[in-house]
Write a protein that binds this ligand. Sequence first.
Ligand code: ACO
Length: 333
Amino acid sequence: MSVYSRIVGTGSYLPPRRLSNADLVAELAAKGVETSDEWIVERTGIGARHFAATGVFSSDLAFEACKQALSAAQLGPQDIDLVIVATSTPDMVFPSTACILQHKLAQLSPQAMGIAGSPAFDVQAVCAGFIYALSVADAMLRAGNAKRALVVGAEVFSRLLDFNDRTTCVLFGDGAGAVVLEASEQPGILATDIHADGKHVGLLCVPGHVQGGEILGDPVLKMDGQGVFKLAVGVLEDTARAVLAKAGLQDSDLDWLVPHQANIRIIQSTAKKLKLSLDKVLLTVADHGNTSAASIPLALDKGVRGGQIQPGQLVMLEGVGGGFAWGSVLLRY
Ligand code: ACO
């Protein structure tokens, strides 16, 4: 049994259609919805987001991110024996996006078919999804139930937006990020901390559901922005302190914080509470918007490929989202 799991490759993918705030403002104006670049930047820090084309699904974005992560790890799909996808925008009601992704990876080459038969499942924890998925994968690897996992966050959140609601449609984007997680004697993930409190369901939700061939209820995102903001800053501080305590470490030991990229003001507040300067925080919110479960692995991949995150450094990942669900992962990269 291995003592740890560790990340041995990262990858990410953004769909090519990029909308700057100016592009989105112009599109919304044509529908009679009034907003501005100034408002969006000042309140959220978001400058642009990417939207997937019609017919492109979470599994397609995940597939591209996984190819990159596998290549970075110098591995092929046949080396993977566990696939977990965090998403709130699955391709279908069922089967899971992880099963669809596994099959796409298996078709890459005759050898790649070795991935078929590995367990594959989705995790639904909205913007905390990647933290949940990584925590589950870590536990499975440490228990000896798998040796190498693909852990993915993939979303086409643009599909859930009401473009007549300016309070939400400016915030989100599409994308995917992935890591290869390997059982190891070396650290590795040092500690994980996940939580949920279902009494906050109404703060952030997409209340529609399928019944009798129809969608019943409203199938677009509803959010109490100020309620989310207040809850998020509190629980993010709590989980950061909890995961550090589990590992016997302190905030001053951190080299990098890779937060969920919802809003620059939430990120600044967390950094301040942890006494971290912003140059120790990986920031992608300006270019990606909030990509829900994809935002943390997208930012992690950017930090790794950009050379900021170096081997041996102490990195905290943390996220919060609908449910409410939240958590953090502390790792030695
Ligand atoms: N453009 C222009 N004006 C707008 C827009 C817009 N896109 N959206 C709202 N406004 C207006 C409102 O109508 C309101 O006008 P009024 O004063 O005339 O009534 C004014 O701006 C202020 O609205 P508030 O909702 O009070 O603005 P606030 O400062 O709270 O900012 C925001 C809103 C950005 C949503 C903020 O509450 C927030 O960031 N909350 C966190 C939400 C979040 O991050 N959600 C992501 C999902 S959850 C997660 O990932 C953690």
